[in-house]
Design a protein around this ligand. Sequence first.
Ligand code: CUA
Length: 371
Amino acid sequence: MKNGLARHLTIATVLTVLSTFGMYFVLKSLFALPVQATVEGAKIDRMFDGHWWVISALFSLIIVFMLYAIFAFSRKEGEEGEGMYMHGNMALEVTWTVAPLILVLAFGWWGSALLSELLDDSRDSEAITIQVDAYKWAWRFKYPQEMGGVETSTLYLPKDRLIVLEMESQDVIHSFWIPEFRVKQDILPGRKTYLRFTPSMTTQEIADAHGDSSYQPQVRCAEICGTSHAYMLAPVEVLTDQAAFDEALFNAGQLSADPVERGEKWYVDYGCNSCHSMDGSLDGKAGPTWLGIYGREEELVDGSVVIADDDYIRSSIYYPNEQIVAGYAPNIMPNNFEAQFLEQQQKIKNEINQDIDIVSDLIEFMKTLEE
Ligand code: CUA
């Protein structure tokens, strides 16, 4: 009998080990993570990997022993007696209590050590600090004054530099998330939150590793924040080095002399595109499409009809709650565009002495979107 037990244990243990490797492989391929593109992401993935191993081992331990017992110890032809009665096994019970306890404590320690490393602000002085403004439903990134104070709707980053994001929401709770970077942080109104990471791959390298050279990594919002939550996206451009990064930022800060081109830039920069499509696709959702909007007759919620001319469009952007188009809800559109535009126009005036009217640019752009 003793020999028999040793044999059963050996077989079950070998099967458990084999199953652990098999399960690990299955889980890793079934729930493959996106490309890993930050230094911090590598550490997070290592911990994630540790979880996969533990999950595979525990699953195998339970399932293999159970299935093995069902097949090896089922009643054989001609067996009539009672099965062996067992009551308690101190060594076994202590083991299955203490081992998981140690395992859970170890993972708890690992997780909190890694979290405190990610929150460490002692190297902030050598980092590039970018202000992130989140609002329904767009992102704006403001670069430091010594980098020209450029504001963009694309997140430009240099590879291999520590980045600190200083984030604040203008309205509800949003959440900054780039799947390839692994780290994620909620953004709150009236309170700053921070996120630190070091990109380890350029956008092109990420796309190539993704298996599609035209793939575009994006900032996503990971907190349900309303109608256009799913469209709250911003492209991420990780450049090879500081020089390429400086050049990209400089180009992003340039203003076209063509009002239509500027209008298209503002349309993207201020996130109009999250709610107002250029092709009618979002119509009936967050906001009316801009396709054919200029000169269109709009019926308002009070039944009156207006023509979408310059004055109507300007007041709709500045005071979005005053004239609501039938079928749409008030309080959807940010109502601080007037202040934002005046500030931006003043900045442009100070920097390059150019008089720009953002609303006129937008209207010029709208005029090109004919049906
Ligand atoms: Cu912002 Cu979801």
